[in-house]
Every structure is written in C-alpha cells, then in structure tokens.
Design a protein around this ligand. Structure first.
Ligand code: SF4
Length: 466
C-alpha cells in the first residue's frame, strides 16, 4: 500500500469512527422500528429511534434470600443453587446473543434472583462480561448487603478500582419479608433507614475509592402501599437515587405469593401518587418508551423540593425541540468519550441547520424553569420517574403462544397484550431457540419450566453455595 492509499484508508476509518451514529446501531434501530406495531410509532417514541430498549438476564442466578408478595419468580427459583460457573457461562451466552441481534450497545440488567448472593468476584466478572458485549449493566438487588461486599465487588485484589462507575437498582418496599433488622416492615416509612444506608454505602465507596454510582429505587405497588408512594418519594428523593421506578403488582410468577385486589391499582392511580410525591404534573406523553400501557417515563431535574421536566408536553416549543433533536441525534452514543462525542454532535448538527439555535432556546427555557441561582448553588439534580406495569400471566401466556405461531388474537384483551409484547422494551435472550423474549413472557411462560430444569442441574444439596 503506498502512502496515498494508506492516508486515504486512515481518513475513511476516521470518517466511520466519527459518524454521528454507528452503522451497526443504525441497522439494529431500523430493524426494531420495523418490528414495532403501528400504534406506537409516534413522534415521541424512543424505541427503534434512539435505543433498541432495555435487556435483562434470566436463569443465571434464580435464587433470592428475601420473600416478596408478589414475587415474579417461579415457584422453583429458590430451589436452584447459586453457581458462579453457571452464572458466567450463561451471562456470556445471553449477552453474545443480544449483541448479535440488537447491536453493539444497550442497557442491560443483571437480574435473577438476588445478585449479591453471587460472590463479589463472580458478580464483578459478570459485569465485565456484559460490558465486553457492549452492554451497560445494572445490578438488581434487594439492597440487603454490607459495605464489605460492595468494596470487594468494586475493587480488584490489588485494591485498585475495577470499575469507574457502578449502576445498581435497589428494590425496597414493605411487601418484602426477611430483610435483616426488619423482617416484616409495617410501613414504607420503616424502610427509610435501609434506603438511606443503601445510598450511603455507594457514597462512601465514591469517597474512599473514587468509584461513581448510578442508583435507582424500585418499588412494587399494591393496594396495601399505594397510599405511601408519595411519602416515599418526598422522604427519599434527596438520599442519592437518580431514578424512582414503580411497578404496579401483576399476577405473574409464584402463585403462592399472590394476594387479592391487585387490579384495584390502576396505572393512573399509581401515577397520580407519583405526581403527588413529585409535587408536579409528570408529562409522560412527551417521550415514550415502547407501549404507554407498559411504561411511563419522565426525565427532569429536582430543584430544591420542586421537580421540573426536561421536556414539557404542554409547551409546543419543547415538543418541536424533541422532534428536531430526535431527528438530528437519535441513535448517538452519548456515553462516548467527550472529544469523540463533540465531533459526532458537530457532524450531526451540521446536517440539520437550525437545530443548534433551537436547542439553545430550549436550554434557556430550561434554565428559566430551574433558576440560575439554584443552578449556581448546586441545588439542581437529575431525577427520573418511571412506572413499569407488568402484565398478568393469564393474559401473557396465550398472547405469547399465538405470537410465536405468527397469529394475532381476535380477543381484544389478548390482542392488546400482544401489541404490548410486540412493542416490548425489556428483552431477554434465548440463543437456543434464536428468540428475543419480552420479560413478561419470560416470567409468565418460560421461567417455570426453565427453573425446573435448573433445579435438576443445580440442586441445592451437593454443590457449593456460591
Ligand atoms: S411487555 Fe411486559 S416486559 Fe415488555 S415492556 Fe411491556 S410490561 Fe414490560
């Protein structure tokens, strides 16, 4: 190769590298968009435009040492031994499949089971494997573990951090039984010290070792604790959580843990309580993730005790910005190194004349909502609210079976379930059958058989505990 062609090759590589959207990401997004049912292909939709959606592991460590009512895991989950080798082999297999089907980048949950029943070493290896496959992992936990565990997870044996950032979702609610120190909480308020302790462990880790964190708070909502949702938000929004995610209870998983009355809790009733806690209207129609019946999400800023949205669906100029930014920047990897991201942003903006002034006006509007003084005083923090409504197994099982046969149901209820499954934003990998499975279908239709098989392969007796 002569000098000219070598330089041309370098330029081509640079051009590809600084493209606003990686071509592989573009292909994965286009494929996902094409799969979506027509009714969710709206201007506010992010799935298939900005991301392929979220992912999660299954069958990698099904066991948990707390009990919840309800519990989405099948009856046999707690009879499966935690086995580090099995966990790592399965995580690797599932993530490789997700990488091949859904492109080089996605958020993925390391979920079982209780993740801290893995040894810190196995847990760390699983996170590394996920990253190796381009996944941005989040560990899903009940939060009942100690600082020693967290430190061992975060640090290599030589004492150096293995990770620059750890993402965890802590599930805390009064429907959980067996937490150390508070076996049976009588109210959500009883759990506040445990929520605080959870956040403080990560803050200490950052102070002592420089490992940053992203923390989400998960909570199942039933008629029993619906009235406490607002108080949880008000009391805990300053603890350090960046996201509050609420899951209205569904009849899925272990039937022995189901209670009466879950259907009395509607999406609107839960959302109203979240709004009461946030002290603001939460404009979830501005930006949609999958199907509105599954997900409501709002991104915003906590300013003192006030929450303000990043995009307000009642402000026409905000919606215009949303549309223009989606067109200009959708699919871009905002986690890329800063210099590279700047070049990509500049290239994307150059193709969309007018987008920079428009975005600048939006930034000024946001600054007015927040207040310059609040910003300068450090009183502004990002805070996201999410509601994720799983579906009942009785609906999901027939809906999924028909979908697998390529059939749409005539029954309106099952048809609605199918639409939601098609627009699912939370996928699990089945390389053995070459399928991506919505988490609802996983928990309703596949988990029970999967766990019976795992119980046979990894019995509780006769193997190592971890
Ligand atoms: S189909 Fe189920 S798992 Fe998928 S987004 Fe909807 S509620 Fe969530």
């Amino acid at each position: 190769m002569n000098l000219v062609s070598a330089n041309l090759e370098r330029l081509r590589t640079l051009e590809r590298w600084t493209r606003p959207v990686d071509p592989e990401v573009r292909t994965a997004l286009d494929r996902r968009w094409a799969e979506l049912p027509a009714q969710v292909k709206t201007r506010s939709q992010t799935v298939g435009r900005h991301s392929v959606g979220c992912e999660g592991t299954h069958g990698v460590f099904p066991r948990c040492n707390l009990a919840c009512t309800p519990c989405y895991h099948s009856e046999d989950a707690n009879k499966v031994r935690i086995d580090g080798t099995h966990t790592l082999v399965e995580v690797d297999r599932q993530m490789a499949y997700l990488r091949s089907r859904r492109g080089p980048r996605a958020h993925a949950q390391l979920i079982g089971g209780e993740v801290t029943l893995l040894t810190p070493e196995v847990h760390a290896e699983a996170l590394k494997l996920m990253r190796r496959h381009g996944r941005l992992p989040m560990s899903m936990t009940h939060g009942d573990f100690d600082y020693d565990y967290l430190e061992q997870l975060a640090l290599a044996p030589d004492g150096m951090p293995r990770f620059g950032l750890l993402s965890f979702a802590g599930h805390f609610d009064s429907l959980m039984i067996g937490r150390r120190g508070i076996k049976r909480p009588r109210s959500e308020r009883d759990l506040h010290p445990y929520r605080q302790r959870f956040c403080e462990m990560f803050q200490r880790l950052q102070r002592e070792h420089g490992v940053r964190h992203y923390l989400a708070h998960n909570m199942t909502v039933t008629p029993q604790n619906l009235g406490e949702v607002a108080e949880v938000i008000r009391s805990c929004r300053r603890m350090g959580f960046r996201m509050f995610s609420f899951q209205p209870a569904a009849y899925v998983g272990d039937e022995r843990r189901w209670r009466e009355g879950y259907r009395a809790v509607t999406s609107d009733s839960v959302w109203a309580e979240i709004e009461r806690g946030a002290g603001a209207r939460l404009p979830y129609k501005a930006i949609q993730v999958g199907d509105e019946r599954c997900n409501r999400t709002v991104w915003g800023l906590l300013v003192g005790e006030r929450w303000v949205p990043v995009v307000d669906d009642l402000v026409a100029a905000d919606l215009e910005v949303r549309d223009r930014l989606f067109t200009a920047f959708a699919g871009m990897d905002f986690g890329a190194p800063r210099a590279l991201l700047t070049i990509r942003l500049a290239r994307a903006a150059a193709r969309q004349p007018g987008v920079v002034p428009l975005a600048s006006r939006w930034a000024v509007r946001l600054l007015r909502r927040v207040g310059l003084r609040n910003l300068l005083r450090g009183r502004v923090r990002p805070l996201t609210f999410v509601m994720h409504s799983f579906m009942d197994a009785a609906d999901v099982k027939p809906a999924w079976e028909l979908l697998r046969r390529g059939e749409l149901s005539d029954d309106p209820r099952i048809r609605a379930t199918q639409e939601r499954l098609q627009a699912c934003s939370y996928a699990m990998a089945h390389p053995e059958s070459d399928e991506l499975v919505p988490a609802c279908a996983q928990h309703s239709a596949l988990d029970p058989l999967e766990n019976i098989e795992l119980r046979r392969r990894l019995p509780l007796v006769g193997g190592s505990a971890r």
